[in-house]
Design a protein. Sequence first.
Lengths: 211, 187
Amino acid sequence: MRTDQLVDLLARQAGPAPRKAVETRLAVAASVGVLVSAGAAVGVLGLNPALTAMGAALVIKMAYVVSLALGAAWLADRVSRPGTPWRRAAWSLAAVVLAMTVLVAVVTAAAPGTQRLELLLGRSWISCSWRVAALSGPALVAVVWGMRGLAPTRPRLAGFAAGVLAGGLGALGYALYCPELSPVFVLAWYTLGILVPATLGAAVGPWLLRW
Amino acid sequence: MTHKAVQDDFERQLRPLWLSAHAGDEKAYHKALTLTADRLRGYFARRMAGFSHDVEDLVQETLLALHLQRGTYDASVPVTAWVHGIARHKLVDLWRRRGRSEQVFEAFDDLPEALHPVTCDECEAHHDLALLLQALPMAQRRSILDTKLEGLSVADAARREGVSESAVKINVHRGLKRLARIVREMP
């Protein structure tokens, strides 16, 4: 086949480029992920009846996981496009963790020494991270599937971004059940739980996101 | 002209065409792809010394990828950066499939761009379009033949095949996607 023939073929009746292809695919995948995760959390673990009484603790928890998911979605969008800068999006993720760390440092410093371990471990530290990781599984499948139709040229980073996004969505679902109030707990165990799909995503990226 | 000035010059030439093409201007798209093909030929030729017969295959594979992925272009980024990202990806992918390590390839990335694009009259790749189309499922093949080779409008093709317009568009897109995969997997 001659190249000018291919150019003829590609250009003829090409129509406009698909609009918002990246945003659409990622949004669909994330919506599927968060619905499955929230459904599984409520269905398997149960909705926490004390949720509305948690006040600021719930707001902080939700703000943390939603910010992580948004930063990861931004990074996933950037790395799904060839030749497009992505570092600011990556820094936004670091900034979210840093902001939470500052808050945790303030809370820990203000607490009496005897309560600090309690703030960290709560009552459910043993199960929290694993449940977050398990709930993010369907979201990870959905987001990686969504990204496969796009054009990531850094598959490991793209897999990582997909994993953090999935982890954030899984954590969002888990928060519907989670009885813990302490931001120290959230920073430690939620972040650890989110790192599981993030690591998995980075591991499978080069394999599943090749095109 | 310096390397940077050449790049900027090419960007100035390509960008307005690409943006018109993005909005649906077929002529602008044709011109943009032709210009890009000439640049890609130069880009690959310098990095594929000793494999010159593969250059045209790679140019075509990259053009297909550019077309299939054009929804991932973000207008805030230079078109050349996006094109280069895809070209580099295709080159690394080829080396990887050939068992060359990416580290060896990295050194090629510092090569200065040629001052002139490489054109040719009969740039021919190994694969034969007719044979490639044979490998597609019938619905995809027919949609591509109707719209891309006969030049029927999507509406006319839909009427001829007795399917909806969106089905024709989807068939064309999936067919080209499958073509890209076949071309990539050919030895």
